[in-house]
Design a protein around this ligand. Structure first.
Ligand code: MEV
Length: 432
């Protein structure tokens, strides 16, 4: 049953909860308590969270974990990660430790340009439009000065605006394609404000100068940022890849083969890249950045050559194993949640107050490390061993295991393979 409601956003939090319970949760045991148990007793903090979005009824917790021992360009980092998947932080920490003694991660920001577009239609002659654009281009930039002034003072701003003729794709479709440098801000608000100003100026000027009207469809940044790129890599002599019972040469060859498979096979590439995003999203979230924007941009980049492919690459050359990735990341360390959410501020402090370029490098490393960890497991023991070990606690919690039960069962599974049914059996046996 679903119930329509009007004026919901105007109701108080308690009224919203009551409405929800009456209409959707009347049979759900303890609904009100469950919602309220996540309210923060610090009213100011709770209000801050309430006001992040509309219609907040409670807080949704995710764990914030730490993956220590990351050596990036010879500097040590402990990386905060926000994620619910049991094995991600453990895998990141393990990969960090592995590379810590093999030269660490090397990173480089390759570019930092972001894109925004004013999409419009025009039914007149293209040459006239081009001529008109050339004339008003500087006006577009001047009229946005009140928005760009501060950014320019810091060295950023509008880099260029181009007119793009897209009529081969869609009748009468053109763009103002603008490039921006937004420095330490992710820049979405800055770019969108500039674009909306461009569209106003462009339309107004067109009214007096062009025989046909310019019809603005929309003005919006692009989350595809192939020119906001960061590179992360690890490398070491193949013979140094030893880890427990691994034969380094065989391991390196199998690892490269696994990457090659993800390069040519989209079904594998999606899962392979999902594993990379386990690391990336977790740091993006912990640092208050927009993981949906990052996800959209990264996956588009993975398909840039016409087929969805692996984001990472690997090779063995002259006895050296190389593993690397270049990905687009539009991140901010100022603005947005970064100065609002206490945990985000704390996460940035842990990372040594990074600027956006530093953060791009740290995030890329988290992604590369995660992929290394996943491929190492997949090509050796298989993924389930480590995954189920980490998942064991979730299963025990589902069965409301006591502290003593947990201790005994965890002990038991130190030497036994964890599967869901094996854990259930162990609990039942213990409780018999
Ligand atoms: C699970 O969250 C991620 C993996 O599937 C990634 C991969 O297969 O490479 C383990």
């Amino acid at each position: 049953m679903s119930t329509l409601v009007s004026g919901f956003s105007k109701l108080s939090k308690t009224e919203k909860i009551n409405w929800l319970i009456n209409n959707y949760l009347s049979d759900f045991k303890d609904a009100e308590n469950i919602l309220k148990q996540y309210w923060n007793t610090d009213n100011k903090l709770q209000q801050l969270h309430d006001e992040f979005i509309e219609n907040t009824i409670t807080n949704y917790y995710l764990p914030l974990g730490i993956a220590p021992n990351f050596v990036i360009n010879d500097k040590v980092y402990a990386i905060p990660m926000t994620i619910e998947e049991s094995s991600v932080v453990a895998a990141a920490s393990k990969a960090a430790k592995f590379w810590q003694t093999r030269g660490g991660f090397k990173t480089k920001v390759l570019s930092t340009t972001k894109i925004g577009q004013v999409h419009f239609t025009y039914k007149g002659d293209f040459n006239k439009l081009q001529h008109f654009f050339n004339r008003v281009k500087s006006q577009l930039i001047t009229d946005a000065k009140s928005i760009t002034k501060n950014m320019e003072k810091r060295g950023g701003g509008i880099l260029d605006i181009q007119l793009k003729n897209k009529t081969d794709k869609l009748n009468h479709y053109y763009q103002l394609h603008a490039t921006f440098e937004t420095l330490d801000a992710m820049g979405a608000n800055f770019i969108n404000s500039c674009l909306e100003q461009f569209s106003k100026t462009f339309k107004a000027e067109a009214e007096t100068s062009l025989p046909q009207p310019v019809n603005i469809i929309m003005s919006i940044l692009s989350n595809y940022v192939p020119n906001c790129l960061v590179r992360a890599e690890v490398s070491c002599k193949v013979e140094d890849l030893v880890d427990k019972d691994i034969n380094p040469q065989l391991f390196a060859e199998k690892f490269v083969q696994a990457v090659n498979i993800a390069e040519v096979e989209p079904y594998r590439a999606v899962t392979h890249n999902k594993g990379i995003m386990n690391g990336i999203d977790a740091v993006v979230l912990a640092t208050g950045n927009d993981f949906r924007a990052v996800e959209a941009g990264v996956h588009a980049y993975a398909a840039k050559d016409g087929q969805y492919s692996s984001l990472t690459h690997a090779k063995i050359e002259n006895g050296v194993f190389y593993f690397w990735m270049e990905i687009p990341l539009a991140l901010g360390t100022v603005g947005g949640l970064t100065s609002l959410h206490p945990l985000v501020k704390l996460a940035l402090e842990i990372l040594g107050k990074p600027n956006a370029k530093d953060l791009m490098q740290i995030v890329a490393v988290a992604g590369l490390a995660q992929n290394f960890g996943a491929l190492r497991s997949l090509t050796t023991t298989g993924i389930q061993e480590g995954h189920m070990k980490m998942h064991l606690m979730n299963i025990l919690n589902q069965f409301e295991a006591t502290a003593t039960e947990k201790e005994q069962i965890v002990n038991h599974f130190k030497t036994n393979v964890v599967t869901h049914s094996a854990v259930v059996k162990a609990i039942e046996k213990l409780r018999r």
